[in-house]
Design a protein around this ligand. Sequence first.
Ligand code: PAF
Length: 282
Amino acid sequence: MTDSIIRSVADLREIVAGWRQEGKRVGLVPTMGAIHAGHLSLVSIAAKNCDKVIASVFVNPTQFGKNEDLDAYPVDEAKDVRNLTDAGTDLVFCPGKEEIYPNGFSTVISVSGLTAGLCGPFRPGHFDGVATVVSKLLLQCLPDIAVFGEKDYQQLLVIRQLVSDLNIPVEIVGAPIIREDDGLAMSSRNRYLSPDERRVAPEFNRVLTDVAALIKAKPDECQNICRNAREELLELGFASVDYVSVCDIETLELLKTYRHPARVFGAAYLGASRLIDNLPVD
Ligand code: PAF
């Protein structure tokens, strides 16, 4: 059970140090709150692998672009803490903005290469914001493992890269995407969809699933198949499509000819909501 919400790095460090002295294995689930079943699946993976689970709740301003939804991002701390605790979280770390970015904060962690494609060009600065806050959270908590969802697959690879490059002693665990019954990947932002948009939203996963099947049948046709998928999404009512792409699962290299192992990635706007999703070709 969570006794209280921890807000300072000093308190967090003291509690984690106590657990370590007792020989406990510690898992971290970083979140921005707006907790849903996808987050809870990460907690359950951490709980299966560790004695103690920390979840962090921090809406990180540096990963939002100027025209993105930082101000509208759903915040309900009490509900999030309750949901996380009920799912087996031992400590919820809810730092204020000053705790993470005190006056004079001047450091940016920037991962190149993996951030060049997919969401990178559409969300300038986003991955720097993610890499910086995740580096801080890992160093503040010093967990044995940290669990991240594959829905943000590019983010997962960026975090693996920074952990390896900076020698942060933590194992990064990727967790499968949790979907609604109709295939829509769970996301805190799904709550913004109007009823009409919500009806159309599962088509996103369906179209990406079709892309995976089609490129297996016609491996040389990746570009045409992805172009057709983008057009289909627009015809279905998506406002715009940032990308539908097939990429190598480790380097995220864009594949013109399919080769194993690859994933299909997509990002598209339905009304004002930006959906992202991805799935393995095999
Ligand atoms: O995936 C998220 O919710 C965020 O990007 C993360 C990893 C918590 C960093 O703010």
